[in-house]
Write a protein that binds this ligand. Structure first.
Ligand code: ZN
Ligand code: ZN
Length: 324
C-alpha cells in the first residue's frame, strides 16, 4: 500500500478520527442524553413504522448466480456476490445492550430468520457498539456457519476471548481476497466502546467488497467528513450499491460528528460515486431523539430536491431482497 494512505492513528487516548475538528460531547452532555433517553424510552416507548416482509430464504439459499442484497434490519445486510454469502454487522437479538433487561430494545423482527440463512462464508464487522456487534449472534454464526470474520484493529482479542476462530484484524485501507472478491477496510468517522473504560481502544471502519464486475460499499456507522468519502470514491469508486446509515442524528450535540443525517447520507452517496443507495440504520432500535419514521421521509425530500432518480434510492422493508 502507498505511504499516503490515511491509516488509523492510536494515541494513549485510543484511536483517533482524521477530521481535526472532531469533538466528543462533554461528560455532562453525555449523561444528559443517556438519562433523557432512558426516561423517554421507558415512559413513552415508541413503535417502528417498519413491517418485515415474508422472506423464508428459499430463493437466497438456491441462488449462486445473481448479486443480491437483503436488508435484515438496522446495519445487518446479507450480500450475495461471486458465490459468497456475506453478512454485515449481524444482529438477531432482542436488545442492543450489554444486558438482557435494559437498553435499546428491538422494535422490528429481523427480516430473515437466522435458521433461514444460506451458508455464511464471510462476516464484516464495522465496530464494537452493541447495535453492530452482538455476542449471541456472532457465537451462533461461528458455531453453525463457521465463517471468516473480518474486523477492524483491536477487535480480534474480543473474538479470541469468546473462542471464535478465523478472525482477521484490518487497518484502514488493508485488503483481503476471498473467492473472486477483494474486501477493503475503509476509514469512516465514528468512535468505539462497550464499557465505561474502553472508549476508542478498538478501531471503527466501513467496508468495500469488489467482485469481478460489481462493487459494494458498507458505511457502518459514520459522521460526514467530506475528504474521507471523496477519497474512497476516488480510490475505489464507482460503487454499484452503497449501504449508508440515515438514522440516529438527533440531538446534534451528541450526534453531529458520529452519525449522518439523511441529507449527509446522500452526500456520502455522491462522494463515493455510487449508483444505488440502500437506507440502513433506522427504525430498528430507538437510539436517538428523532421520530422513528422521520429519516426515510427526509431522505425522500432530499432525493427529490437534488433531482436524483428515486429508483436509485432504496428504502427497503426488513427481509426485502433486491438484485443489484
Ligand atoms: Zn456506533
Ligand atoms: Zn449504530
Amino acid at each position: 500500500m502507498e505511504e499516503s494512505l490515511p491509516r488509523s492513528r492510536k494515541t494513549r487516548h485510543g484511536f483517533r478520527n482524521l477530521n481535526p475538528r472532531f469533538r466528543r460531547p462533554s461528560e455532562w452532555q453525555r449523561w444528559k442524553f443517556i438519562l433523557s433517553r432512558g426516561w423517554s424510552t421507558t415512559v413513552h416507548p415508541r413503535t417502528s413504522p417498519l413491517v418485515p416482509m415474508d422472506n423464508d430464504g428459499a430463493l437466497l439459499r438456491a441462488n449462486t448466480r445473481n448479486a443480491t442484497v437483503t436488508w435484515i434490519s438496522h446495519a445487518t445486510l446479507l450480500i450475495q456476490l461471486e458465490r459468497l454469502n456475506i453478512l454485515t454487522d449481524p444482529h438477531w437479538s432482542e436488545r442492543a445492550s450489554p444486558v438482557g433487561f435494559a437498553g435499546p430494545k428491538r422494535l422490528v423482527a429481523p427480516g430473515l430468520r437466522f435458521e433461514h440463512l444460506p451458508p455464511i462464508h464471510l462476516v464484516l464487522i464495522s465496530h464494537d457498539h452493541y447495535d453492530h456487534l452482538d455476542v449471541q449472534t456472532v457465537q451462533r454464526l461461528a458455531q453453525i456457519h463457521r465463517p471468516r470474520f473480518l474486523v477492524p484493529l483491536g477487535l480480534k482479542q474480543w473474538f479470541d476471548e469468546l473462542e471464535i476462530p478465523d478472525v482477521e484484524e484490518l487497518d484502514w485501507w488493508d485488503s483481503r481476497e476471498m473467492e473472486d472478491c477483494a474486501v477493503t477496510c475503509l476509514p469512516v468517522q465514528h468512535f468505539s466502546g462497550r464499557t465505561l473504560s474502553d472508549r476508542n481502544r478498538r478501531l471503527w471502519c466501513g467496508w468495500a467488497v469488489s467482485g469481478r464486475n460489481q462493487q459494494f460499499f458498507f458505511a457502518g456507522d459514520t459522521g460526514y467528513y467530506p475528504p474521507l468519502f471523496k477519497d474512497i470514491g476516488q480510490r475505489l469508486g464507482p460503487f454499484d450499491l452503497a449501504a449508508i446509515p440515515i438514522g440516529a442524528y438527533l440531538p446534534p450535540y451528541m450526534m453531529r460528528f458520529v452519525h449522518s443525517t439523511p441529507e449527509q447520507a446522500l452526500q456520502i452517496f455522491s462522494d463515493i460515486r455510487a449508483e444505488r443507495f440502500l437506507a440502513m440504520h433506522w427504525g430498528t432500535f430507538d437510539l436517538a431523539e428523532e421520530p422513528l419514521e422521520e429519516p426515510p421521509k427526509r431522505l425522500k425530500v432530499e432525493t427529490h430536491r437534488l433531482g436524483l432518480d428515486e429508483k436509485r434510492v432504496w428504502i427497503l422493508q426488513p427481509g426485502e431482497t433486491r438484485l443489484w
